[in-house]
Each structure stands twice: as C-alpha cells, then as structure tokens.
Design a binder for this molecule. Sequence first.
Ligand code: 475
Length: 842
Amino acid sequence: AGWLADETPRLDSSVKGSAFEPTSPRATEPVVGPERTVDGFAKAFLDELNFEAGVALKRSTTTDQYLALARTIRGYLMADWLRTAERRRQNPTKMVGYLSAEYLLGRQMGNSLLATDLGDIAEQAMTSLGLDFNLLRAQEIEPGLGNGGLGRLAACFIDSLASMDVPSIGYGIRYEYGIFRQTFEEGRQVEVPDAWLSLGAPWEFPHPDRAVQVNFGGTTEQYIDGDGRTRPRWLPAWNVQGIPYHYMVPGYQNGVVNTLRLWSARATQEFDLEIFNSGDYAEAVRAQTFAENISKVLYPEDSTPQGRELRLQQQYFFVACSLKDFIDRTLEEDFDLTRLDERIIFQLNDTHPVIAIPEMMRLLMDEHDMEWAAAWEVTSKCFAYTCHTLLPEALEVWPVELMTRLLPRHMEIIYRINEEFLDTVREAFPGDELRVRRMSVIQEHPERAVRMANLATVAGVKVNGVAALHSELLRDKLLPDFAALWPNKFTNVTNGVTPRRFIRLANQQLSTLITDTIGPGWETDLERLRELEPYADDAAFTESFRQVKQANKDRLRSILSQRDGIELPEHAMLDVMVKRLHEYKRQTLKLLHIVSMYDDITSGRVRREDVVPRTFVFGAKAAPGYFMAKEIIFLINSVAKTIAQDPRVTDLMAVAFPANYNVTLANKLIPAADLSEQISLAGKEASGTGNMKFALNGALTIGTDDGANVEIRELVGDENFFLFGMLEPEVAALADRGYTPSSFYESNPALKRAIDLLASGHFTGGDRSLAAPVVDDLLYKDRFMALADFQSYLDAQARVDAAYRDVDGWTRSAVLNVARSGFFSSDRSMRDYLDRIWMPKS
Ligand code: 475
C-alpha cells in the first residue's frame, strides 16, 4: 500500500492523539488533521491565529479571526484531499476535465463546514473563545468568478462530481477581480471593482513551483526535422506564465476532496530580464502589467460575447495551461498519447474554451511528434461541447485577423480542420455549396471569422443543450445542418443545482423538516423527496412547512433591513425575480404587471379588500455597457421609490431591489419566496437554474413554456404551476408574420394604461424623458414580445392571487413542488453526462 492508500482510516472523533500529529515525510504515514472535538477545533484555531498569522486572540481583528477560522476548517479537509489525489494517482482511470472560463462559487466556509459536518463543533469552539461565529462567517467575500447561470452551473457540477466521487478536475481562471459589485446612485447602477482577494485568500493554495509557460503572437515557419520531414513550427513573439491556484472541492460528507485548478497570469523571466537589458525600468514594468492583465478581471458580459483581444488571450491562456498541466503532470510519464481518450474527456462549458481543440492538435503534432491523422483521431475523442444559448448574437466568432495575429499556428490548424471537414460535407451533400458555406468553421461575412460553435461541433464527440426544449431547438434550429450530417452527435442534459448549497445550506429549517419526515440521505439522492408527497395533505406537516417559509421570510426581512435599509411588510406574498438583467428575460414584463396593479389600486378599479398584498423583489446586475439593461434598472428603482412613497398603496404593495445580487444573497432570498418569476420569451432561455432552486425551496412558478420551466411543469403538474404566454412555435410564427407591439398597446386597455402611466413621468419625478428609452423600445421594437404576452401574464397573475388566498391549497402545491423536483439535482445532471457523453455504455 502506498502513501495515504485507501485503507488509511477516515478521520473521525475516534482518531486519538495530539491535535497536530506531525506529517511524516515517510511514505507509509497517514496525514492526520486536528481532532474533531470542540477543544481540538479551538486549539487548531488558536494555532492558526497565533503561529500562522502571528496574532494574539485578544489583539486580533474580526478579519484575523475569520482567516484563522477558514484555515482551521480547511485543515480538516486536508487529509481527505491528499488521500483522494493519491487514490486517483494509484488507480488511473478516465477523468473528466471541466473547462470553464467561469466558476461562480459562492462562499466557501459554510460549504466546507457542511461537507465536513463540523458546523456544531466549530460554532461551539468559537463560542468557547468568546467569538461570534456568525459574525466571522459573514466576513467572507464570495469568489464571484462568474457572471450568472453558466458560471454557477460549473460550480454546482464540480460539487456534484466530488459528492459522487467521479475522478475529475475543474480548470479555469483565477480572476483578480470577479463580477463587479453593484451599487445604486439615484437609482442608477454604478459598478465597483470586486477586490475579493483584498482580505487574504484562505481557501486557495498557490503553486508557483508548477508554473506553465504560455506563448502568444509571432509567426510560423516550415523546417526540416531530424528525420528529414518538413514540419511546421510556431515562433511565438511573447509569453506569460500561468501559476496554478488550487481550491478544494469537497464532496458531501464522503471523504472525497477534488481539485479546482485556477490559473493566474504572471510575467515570465524573459520579461523580468528585460528590466536589466533595456535599462528602461518603466517600460519593463509596463510589460509586466501587460502580462498580468490577462487574469486581472472577469468580463462582466453575460450571454453576449465581446470580441476583445484580451478576452481571447484569457481563453487561450487558461486552456493552454490546463492541457499542458493535464498531459505533463496528470498522465504517467510514458503514457501513449494516441490513447489519450482513455484518460480524459474535456467538457467545454460553452465556446469560451473551444480554442483547446486546435491547442490539443498543436501539442500532439508539434510537441509530441504525432502526424495529423493520428492527432485528429485522438483529439476528436477528447472533447464534448455544451451550448448555453440560442440567441444568434451570443455565438462567439473570432476575426481571422485577430486569431492570426495572436495564435498563428492555431489559425493554420483551424484552416486544416475546416478543409477536411468541408470535404466530408461535400461528400455527404454533393453540389450543395450553400450548405458548405453555412457549415464552414470560417464565416466570410461581415468579416472573415472563426465560428467557435461550429469548430466545437466538428471536433466534439457530443454536443448538448441544457434543457429538453433547448437541446431540441439547438439541433433543429441553430445547427440543423450539423444534425443532418451527424444526428447522433446531439443530445440533451438538463441542468441541475446542488441540493447541498441550495437546500441544506440555504434552507436549514426546511432541511430539518425533510429529514425529520423522510429520514436522512436525501441530499445525495434527491429523488427521495418524492417521499414527501403524502405529506402534502398532512395537517401537521403543512403547518410546519408554512412556519418554515414564514421564518425564512422573517430572516430575509431582517437581512434586507440591515444590508440595504429596506423595510418590508411582514405579511405579503413574496414575489421574486432574480437573474441577470436581460431584455429576453423580460424584467419589463414584471414591471408592467407592477405598474398595472398600482394603477388598479390608485384608480379604484379594484376594491382594496380584493387585493392580495404583494412584495416584489428584484435582483439583477446589468452588463456595464448594456444601455437598455441599465435603463430598465433605473426604471424599476424609480417605480419602487414612487410606490414606497404613495400612502394609497403602501399597505398593499412594495417593491424591493437590493443591490448586488449574488450567490450569498440568493441563498437568503430563494428560501423566502412564495412566487418564482420565470418569464422569458419562449425559446430564448436555454434552461434557467434559478427556476429549479425556487421550486426545490417550495416556491410556485409563474412561467412561460421555456427552458427547464417545461420540465418543471411536467414534473410538478399543471395545477401546481402558473403557465402563461406564447409557446415557442407561436413566437416563431408571430416573428415571421411581423410583430408590431403598438397594435397590442392600442387594443389592450390595461396595457395602454400601464404604459401610459410609465411614460407620463409619474414614476420619474415628472420627467417623461427618463422613462422614454424603455417605453419607446417596448412600443416600437420590443424584440422579446413583452407586449404580446402581457394579457396572458396578467391573467396568470390573477390565478396566482386566487390560489394564494387558499392557504391550504397553496401550501399543498408548494410541498408538491419540493417533492417532485428531485430530478433537478446536479447529481442527476452528472449521471446524465456520464451516461450520454463521458462514459457511454456503447
Ligand atoms: C443561460 N453566460 C441559462 C445557464 O446553462 C442557463 C456568456 C458569455 C460570456 C459570459 N457568460 C455567459 C451565459 O451565456 C449564461 O450564463 N447562459 C446561461 O447558462 C446554464 O440556465 O438559461 O442563459
């Protein structure tokens, strides 16, 4: 048995000995973490504080204490981490390499405590030292290394892979600045840099000793190799180093700790040498800054690629580091690379890492001496591609000019891949040059550019969408030519979310109720929530369920009061729309409903006693350069303020828009919600994952037939879901006929009143011009057909009101939403990836 072999005893309270058993350098010794007792924890904490940070407890700041607490907790994970790595090394099998430019991890401390089941011990230990555990936990700045759904999905997936003990590694970028912090000034979004590392970074392990070099620019040339063969090679112009930072990815109480490896850019020795040689100190430092800019900041655009050179540098940077790391460090030294697909499948999270495909070809040919055919044979088995969108403008294309300048060798390889691919197309569809043009990896208009989705589809073993409807539309509408050529390449894996973070951590009280009712173990076998179904009619259970919801609402009210100075009414339906601000998601449709309700009350059109009081909560960041999204934020804030100041309505409605919606806030908001707003135009939201979190926490959904809403409704049942709006084929038909929003405005009095009131300046201090950008867009463009779905939405909201008045009926539906949503565990998504893409049986 080797070092830290499998039979090493798991750490548990039975492990005796001093809190800090020194790690033996000899190969047979286990690593022993601190003792799992209150005293053991307290001692380990003090050791961190005194001996690692060099601070005395009574002189320590809250930050010192938070950092020591974090380091103490991670100390308990260390043995499992080393053991997991060693176990994998001893028994090499096929691994999953998840390549993602984003990981929206959320806070680490709570998750680590849950994974190690140390919460109670840690809390008691802090209390025994006179410290406020919850205050320390609140210090953590979440690593916001992602924009929204795509980044959070990656975080859920690596959690599931660890909890299921799948050999896997996540690769990404360690942005020095994550998604910006949102603040509001006079109702308008102002972005503040997210200096998440400024307090120190207790969860990461830098490995400068394992730096990898990444080249850029220059030219290519032909040369004669030792065997007299003519071969191409790349003569790069500049390079940077990638420093890996390791993060623990603990499985849920299973002794597994996987690794997330994030790369940080640093200037190379060559840059440093220039300091001496040029004597131009300022210039040399500038060059260093240039290199380090590559991992400086996350691009804050969600679902809209920006063709900036730095963005392509980021993509190539992390992918080149990751492939080299995997081949040089993870594989055994003499591994036969023609069998690489027996050791790895790289999952491409959208097109951001797709440059990995030509990079793999380059590595195999130029650095490992393989011929084209052999290199292609293996490369085309090592990647699979997940698409997260349907909006055509969201598909990444990189100008050939830029690609040639930055990555000349890769451009050559892409051309050759394309040539051979187009030969295949011509063979399958002789004489169909239009088809060839549509399918080409290179687009000609409006400029020559590389279509990254086409490249991924050509090279990938599989292409998947992220919900059933999306995968269907992806195959039949976005890439139909590819589906005609390779029908079996296309598959679906419906997204999922981790029940550890989004039920156990976010909703402790519901978790306790579930465990008390159906017993433990549902956290890793979420379909077991079905066992709750009979309790939907159980008076004692439903009463407890209601109490949990009310407690979560009370907690949210106190958080929003402290965090944002927002005071919310105690008893009102909590109606929540949280997601990135995007026109296709239609926050404006929600706003029109709010204005309509306000107008109904203030004009006396409805009797006050017939109104179901509601609190509307928005959370949304707008991309800093997205003009219309920012105008929509301003208008929502304007409406919120006007409503708060209008005594005619304050007892019946409130609108709250807490700034800086992030994973931390999501964890407080979602468990409190009664109603989940999932109101995108049908066919536009690839999946949605917030929709799943709400259902699992007992909110009812009002939603369109879009993304994973379709599957949620199928599972929870029509009678427990408020469906409205056009279906996707109706949307397509209306678009074909020609959509004129003004005709809906003219013919619908309620819609006309709401829009007129918005336009009047009533919510913008009398200034009509402030509402005009949004109102005019709705009236004259309305790309996402909010006006067309307005009446249907209003009708569905009336059904919501009626259902909410029936307290027992509502609770029953809420319980059934929980009981029937087990499918949406990201563990199930991982199972599907394994069965359909990573390790198919046939
Ligand atoms: C979809 N982000 C959701 C979710 O599959 C879906 C794009 C470009 C640059 C940076 N970030 C992005 C996305 O495209 C994105 O988050 N897409 C979302 O992926 C997970 O549930 O419907 O909109």
